[in-house]
Design a protein around this ligand. Structure first.
Ligand SMILES: Cc1cc2nc3c(=O)[nH]c(=O)nc-3n(C[C@H](O)[C@H](O)[C@H](O)COP(=O)(O)OP(=O)(O)OC[C@H]3O[C@@H](n4cnc5c(N)ncnc54)[C@H](O)[C@@H]3O)c2cc1C
Length: 564
């Protein structure tokens, strides 16, 4: 249904993408588009900590120590698969590199700093693990092959099946290098959806063949906010798009229809995040409403060097609005599947800023690689998983430095995460979720000391490293893996649900054919679909999706790799 105006609920990547396509492909005037969002970055953050200290999602526990930098997540991209993201970035100028588009900026940086991970897995007493040996046995291979062979039309057979369920007769799978790398590269947990694992085994099949070196992984020059979001924001502002930040869209008005199934938004309730004041926005018949119905960083909180990140029990603001729509209309999915099981979705991450490169140089020595190349995961030797098996304790990403435009030459910024935040540290005897930034730094030094090839040990420099810390900011994200939670196909709305006249859903909690989620790619694709729908552009003009799972050489390489 063609419209000429749009209201965007949520100012993340998906809706920014939608706005760019409406302007460039739909030939809309920017002034026809209004954003209402809690902030200007969504999950794609990255800035000096003092800029995020007062953010809404940290409102219950404002940051005391605002030194250093913070990014709640690291980012790995993949040009070959992220075709919609790259198309989007080719449409807007970089904000840091003159005369380059944001896509050229990323490609230029990535070509000069290609990823070749030499220390993907590390185990105490052993050091760098030979992770090229995936360690799969026949049962593992058979079950993985079944996922690769399962066609999309049969996906519903994996409705409400967790990864643990799928491999229930094969506990060996969870002790393989393949699993340790797959779970930490993509953030799958054993409680996650087997349906989604199947999607990854299809869309990321070629990555399977090079998983130990992360060769296909591409990275932006700086953090996601400065390299991806700011170019979009600047472009849209110049095009006349209106942004209202600090606003929560808290309720809907829908038109009544005889069968109660027509989805037509006629009004929105807004709540000012600072003052709590409510206001009303009328939505006329010529206006599309494009809603990002879930954010994995909603209700996140920050700590600092001496304070753990407190747990915020708020239901996500995006999911709360989704729930109101899903309560009224039967075909809009089931938000509780994703937002009412923190045990399956939570993680803790941290951003560590130091004022010299002592720690960076020690990590370079221990992992034998320069900054910018790696995701390093530290394996336990003790049983830590629910199934009583060893597992990855923590992972770090040592970015190419600087990772922030304003970062000083003498500063280092490192990001890391704990996929299972209730597990207890090996060097600091408390659950990761309860650790301060200082304790997380100690835990990291402890892990590094156990894989240090010597003859000197990083422990000899522990005091110097601790003295160099500007800040280490723990971040608790109750919904970080929520998008992977166990689900049925009908638990997520379509981008354009049946009977909708003006409402579209975008982001990571929508059902789109083939697309795997937890990717910048699927978020952009959903926004593009919504834009094409409302601008009346044929879907045949969407960016073409590559199908590596149908490519015989890729399939052969993957088969060979399973025997490594
Ligand atoms: C820790 C972490 C690591 C990641 N790593 C990678 C990676 O390596 N590679 C990769 O491709 N992707 C990665 N991602 C995922 C990537 O960030 C997301 O795919 C992308 O940001 C999704 O964009 P979005 O616009 O759908 O949602 P978001 O970025 O979450 O933005 C949506 C925004 O809309 C707001 N909103 C929604 N409803 C309302 C409302 N009612 N009122 C006001 N505001 C509202 C939300 O609060 C949020 O701010 C990672 C994410 C995290 C958190």
């Amino acid at each position: 249904m063609i419209k000429h105006k749009a209201i965007m609920i949520g100012a993340g990547l998906a809706n920014m993408a939608s706005a760019v396509y409406l302007i460039q492909e739909g030939h809309w005037d920017g002034s026809a588009i209004t954003f209402y969002g809690i902030d200007d970055h969504g999950s794609n953050d990255g800035s000096a900590a003092d800029e995020q200290a007062a953010d809404y999602w940290n409102k219950n526990h404002p940051l005391e120590n605002t030194m250093g930098y913070v990014a709640r997540g690291g980012r790995m991209l993949n040009y070959r698969t992220y075709v919609d993201l790259m198309d989007l970035l080719s449409r807007v100028p970089s904000v840091t590199e003159p005369n380059m588009t944001a896509a050229e900026d990323t490609k230029d940086f990535d070509a000069k700093h290609p990823t070749f991970d030499k220390a993907r897995l590390l185990r105490r007493g052993e050091g760098i693990v030979n992770a090229g040996k995936l360690g799969l046995d026949n049962m593992d291979r058979m079950l993985l092959t079944k996922l690769v062979m399962m066609p999309e039309k049969d996906e519903e057979r994996l409705d409400n099946v967790t990864i643990a369920d799928y491999f229930r007769d094969d506990p060996h799978m969870f002790t393989t290098n393949f699993w340790y790398m797959w779970e930490t590269t993509f953030a799958f947990r054993t409680q996650s959806s087997a349906q989604e694992l199947r999607r990854y085994m299809h869309q990321m099949l070629f990555e399977f063949t090079q998983i130990e070196h992360l060769v296909g992984v591409n990275r932006t020059r700086y953090n996601q906010y400065e390299s991806i979001m700011l170019p979009l924001i600047e472009y849209l502002k110049k095009a006349g798009v209106r942004f209202e930040f600090g606003k929560i869209v808290s309720d809907w008005q829908f038109r009544d229809s005889p069968m109660q199934d027509e989805i037509t938004v006629t009004g929105l309730e807004l709540t000012d995040a600072k003052t709590g004041q409510n206001s009303h926005v009328a939505v006329d018949g010529d206006t599309a409403v494009i809603f990002t119905n879930g954010s994995i960083t909603d209700s996140a909180t920050l700590g600092d060097f001496n304070t753990p990140a407190h747990e915020n029990m708020d239901y996500g603001i995006s999911a709360a609005l989704w729930k109101k729509a899903a309560t009224r209309f039967y075909n809009l999915g089931n938000p509780d599947k994703f937002f009412a099981d923190r045990n399956a979705s939570e993680w803790v991450s941290f951003t560590l800023t130091t004022k010299d490169h002592t720690l960076l140089n020690e990590i370079t020595r221990i992992t034998t690689q320069v900054p910018g190349n790696a995701l390093n995961s530290f394996l336990s030797v003790a049983p830590v998983s629910e199934a009583g098996k060893p597992d990855v304790n923590m992972s770090i990403v040592v970015h190419h430095q600087p990772h922030f435009v304003s970062q000083k030459a003498n500063e280092t910024v490192i990001w890391g995460y704990f996929l299972y935040p209730r597990r207890t540290g090996e060097f600091v005897a408390k659950p990761y979720i309860e650790m301060t930034g200082k304790e997380m730094t100690q835990e990291l030094i402890g892990q590094l000391s156990m894989v240090d090839p010597g003859p000197v040990n990083i422990r000899d420099k522990e005091q110097a490293i601790m003295d160099s810390v500007v800040n280490c900011i723990p971040v608790y994200m109750p919904y970080a893996s929520a998008l992977f939670n166990n689900r049925a196909k009908s638990d997520r709305p379509l981008v354009i649900p049946e009977h909708s006249t003006n409402l579209a859903f975008t982001g990571e909690f929508v059902e789109q054919p083939y697309q795997m989620i937890f990717t910048e790619q699927s978020a952009v694709r959903s926004g593009e679909i919504a834009a094409y729908h409302f601008a009346g552009i044929p879907m045949s003009r969407l960016v073409k999706t590559p199908y590596y799972d149908k490519d015989i050489p890729t399939l052969l390489r993957a088969t060979r790799k399973m025997f490594a």
